[in-house]
Design a protein around this ligand. Structure first.
Ligand code: GLA
Length: 406
């Protein structure tokens, strides 16, 4: 688009038939620059060159301004962060068309499937896989030269019921469950081998409660902790080149951070193929503090692991991890106070992440814009949240400018 305008102008100007003259009569606002300048210009077409040479100068000035505005407008998040880390976003196949797809192409160079690769959606019955939604996302990434993260191979949520029971409805043995896990991981990882560079292999197995260690899930009650190492091993066998991550939330809470660290250290000591840690980054305008965030990155990077922020959003409410009903006094509005706190928090987060660019190898936002976020229905049903960098009309928020102007 910018190219077209410029080559058209060039053509007109080189044959002496057009000049740009600053003109207050026509106010045209240039979208990229709306935060700084309003350009006033008029394209004049002449049959012959005007007498005064000043117009030449005006032409150059306006074209230069136009050029730099247009160049800015063309830059997306991924371009501002080109020297730092890939910028990703979690998507459903539905957002890969129309204006959201355009926004994704402009700002992101990495994708994660929000739901399509989770065990329930992709493997609803034993031996039957639902590939179409996941394929659509992988194809979009390939067509647009984007990286693709796989999410997630083993989790306690969105897991199909058939997995844990036999045909009579009785709980399966550890051997059967591990064999099913292996079949699942082998099939899914092999299908996308060479197209998915990193997998969240195991998700959220550590308990939030400081008096416990592992989460009490069906995986854990049937297999004990062994399923964790096995999942990494199966994924590595299926694609030895893929980077394998453990992924969790609340990773800046000291107790949970220590437990994750302890588990991951034990995996590394046993020679389990684990290469990275996903800090989900479901944060809020109130937390984490800069100190805790730095501490988490330091602690995991010191193990020689790559660190990625895998599910970033900054809720405008205090963090809660259990579902509850709405309270009558709960606001649904994005207040100026929330906005200001969110700008500050996003500014802090990205300042820290830039500082750690040698350890942080990717940042992924969880959803595209405030038009839709999973936080609109979690933890409180029908409470609108505004956690992302683009607003409900897909326009960059002030927090976006804070993140890209550094
Ligand atoms: C967890 C999971 C994600 C997603 C979010 C909520 O963080 O890892 O896949 O389900 O919860 O959307």
């Amino acid at each position: 688009m910018v190219h077209n305008i410029l080559s058209y102008l060039n053509k007109l100007m080189s044959n002496g038939s057009a000049y740009l003259r600053p003109d207050t009569a026509l106010r045209q606002s240039c979208p990229a620059n709306r935060h700084t300048t309003t350009l006033n210009f008029k394209l004049l077409t002449f049959n012959r060159r005007p007498a005064t040479g000043n117009w030449q100068l005006a032409t150059i000035l306006v074209v230069t301004t136009l050029l730099s505005a247009a160049a800015q407008d063309n830059k997306g998040l991924k371009d501002y962060y080109a020297g730092y880390f890939p910028m990703g976003v979690a998507v459903s196949p539905q957002v890969l068309k129309g204006p959201e797809a355009e926004l994704i192409r402009k700002h992101f160079n990495s994708l994660t499937a929000e739901n399509a690769m989770k065990m329930g959606p992709i493997h609803p019955e034993e031996g039957r896989y639902n590939w179409a939604p996941a394929d659509a996302i992988v194809n979009f990434a390939q067509e647009n030269g984007m990286r693709m993260r796989g999410h997630t191979l083993c989790w306690h949520n969105q897991t199909p019921d058939w997995l844990f029971v036999d045909k009579d409805g009785k709980t399966v043995s550890k051997e059967v469950l591990l064999q099913r896990l292996k079949a699942h991981i082998t099939e899914v990882v092999t299908r996308y081998k060479g197209k998915i560079y990193a997998w969240d292999v195991v998700n959220e197995v550590i308990d939030d409660n400081d008096s416990k260690f592992y989460r009490d899930s069906k995986w854990y009650s049937i297999c004990g902790e062994d399923f964790i190492a096995k999942a990494f091993q199966y994924a590595h066998e299926a694609d030895p080149d893929a980077l394998l991550f453990y992924n969790d939330y609340n990773t800046e809470s000291p107790g949970k951070r220590d437990r994750i660290h302890q588990m991951v250290t034990a995996l590394i000591d046993k020679g389990v193929p684990i290469h990275g840690i996903g800090l989900q980054g479901h944060w809020s305008i109130y937390e984490p503090s800069e100190r805790e965030l730095r501490f988490s990155i330091d602690k995991f990077a010191a193990l020689g692991l790559k660190v990625q922020i895998t599910e970033l959003d900054v809720s405008v409410y205090p963090l809660e991890h259990s579902r509850r009903e709405p309270r009558p006094d709960e606001p649904n509005k994005f207040t100026p106070e929330m906005e200001q706190k969110q700008i500050t928090q996003y500014g802090m987060i990205f300042r820290v992440l830039r500082n750690y660019k040698d350890s942080v190898t990717g940042v992924t936002f969880w959803n595209v814009s405030d038009k839709h976020s999973w936080l609109d229905s979690f933890p409180v049903r029908d409470r609108k949240n505004y956690p992302l960098l683009f607003d409900q009309n897909l326009q960059p928020k002030k927090a976006y400018w804070k993140v890209v102007k550094f």
